[in-house]
Design a protein around this ligand. Structure first.
Ligand SMILES: Nc1nc2c(ncn2[C@@H]2O[C@H](COP(=O)(O)OP(=O)(O)O)[C@@H](O)[C@H]2O)c(=O)[nH]1
Ligand SMILES: [Mg+2]
Length: 357
């Protein structure tokens, strides 16, 4: 899973990228380089299972973050900038709410809703150019050849155009059956699921969840495929400097129970409809990311394509049950280990053993 961190200049994108990925913060103002980093998905279930099995290898799920140079009319005309945006699964747009007179804001004042709308408009205009070009091409082709495929694509793009012209993002376009596949190839920017990251000042840290709630209810009402997480860049940067065992206390002194990374990941997972299952044993404890409502055979395929092809059945137990009974002999004895077939719908926190041919 790949998320691009986007937004206006001086909103805290690079700072957030550094917090999430542990990359060194070389804040080069106005930098045009695209940086990619990997964040481990914090997962207490993996930690606990690893304490039980003490395996030589512990593997967390990972998320890739891309630190994008600021978004603007100009940057959105740069083909390599566009290419970097097109390939990601989701955007995280940083909205600046922290005040700091020494750090100028491009628009001269703090207004997250305005910033959100301005960036949205740029994404919409960028998609509109693509749609119009393709429609022109299709119009010519349809005069030359009769092909129902072209007609359907034309109809779909006409719908896209109508929505974009209302200044609405393609995220909000209801898609039926085939259309989903047909539109995918375009990798439209305004269609990407959007996580808004409110970068709050320190004085707002204790009200972080309140600010999220207000934003969700007031600003995001009716905006489908969007989510919000509040972060306080300053606090998170200080947090990263602390030894692990002091981090929880530091967070809870601000009334927070999770770090920005944890909150951003869980918001992104639910925005994208993702979840994790686990595998655990003496050799490795590992978390795997799959779409919600995946079948056991699909989960097997996430581990190895051969497991999917030669799937026989899955042994399934909830991770907590496995912990409570200190391993497989215990859960077997209690009858908590279930045998499931191909069509079993895997649940978040299931520990799987795939039996395959
Ligand atoms: N006070 C304060 N300053 C911040 C915060 N986040 C970032 N900054 C500062 O704002 C400036 C721009 O940050 P940067 O992450 O480079 O922003 P970008 O242009 O969006 O990548 C830097 O001087 C940061 O130290 C924050 O939460 N609070
Ligand atoms: Mg930056």
């Amino acid at each position: 899973m790949k998320t691009a961190i986007i937004g206006l200049p001086m909103t805290g994108k690079t700072s957030l990228f550094a917090i999430l990925t542990g990359a060194t913060q070389e804040t080069r103002i106005g930098s045009t380089a695209v940086r990619t980093g990997v964040a481990k998905v914090p997962d207490p279930r993996v930690d606990e299972l690893a304490r039980l099995y003490e395996p030589p290898k512990i593997t967390y799920a990972t998320v890739e973050y891309v630190d994008m140079p600021s978004i603007s009319k100009e940057s959105l005309r740069d083909p390599s900038y566009l290419a970097s945006l097109r390939v990601v699964d989701a955007f995280a747009q940083v909205l600046r709410l922290f005040e700091d007179e020494t750090i100028p804001h491009e628009k001269g004042s703090l207004d997250p809703v305005r910033d959100l709308e301005d960036v949205e408009t740029e994404l919409i205009l960028s998609d509109l150019v693509v749609v119009e070009k393709r429609l022109e091409r299709l119009e010519k082709d349809r005069k030359k050849i009769k092909n129902p495929e072209l007609d359907r694509e034309f109809e779909l793009l006409e719908k896209c155009k109508a929505l974009l012209e209302e200044n609405r993002p393609l995220r909000e376009l209801p898609l039926e059956g085939e259309e989903e596949k047909r539109i995918r190839g375009f990798q439209f920017l305004s269609q990407k699921p959007m996580l808004y990251v409110l970068n709050l000042g320190e004085s707002d840290a204790a009200r972080l969840h309140q600010r999220e709630k207000e934003f969700r209810e007031q600003t995001l009402a009716g905006r489908t495929h969007t989510a919000v997480t509040g972060v306080c860049g300053k606090i998170e940067a200080e947090l990263a400097e602390l030894p692990r065992e002091e981090q929880r206390d530091y967070l809870s002194s601000y009334g927070l129970s999770e770090s920005a990374l944890e909150r951003m990941i869980s918001a992104t997972y639910s925005l994208l409809g993702l979840m994790s299952f686990l595998t655990a044993g003496e050799t490795e404890v590992r978390a795997w990311t799959i779409p919600m409502h995946s079948t056991a055979v699909k989960a097997a395929g996430a581990i190895h394509s051969d497991f999917e092809k030669k799937f026989i059945r899955a042994e399934v137990v909830n991770w907590k049950a496995l912990m409570d009974h200190q391993g497989y002999p215990g859960v077997r004895e209690k009858g908590l280990l279930r045998l499931e077939g191909k069509e079993y719908i895997v649940k978040d926190g299931d520990v799987l053993v795939i039996r395959h041919g």
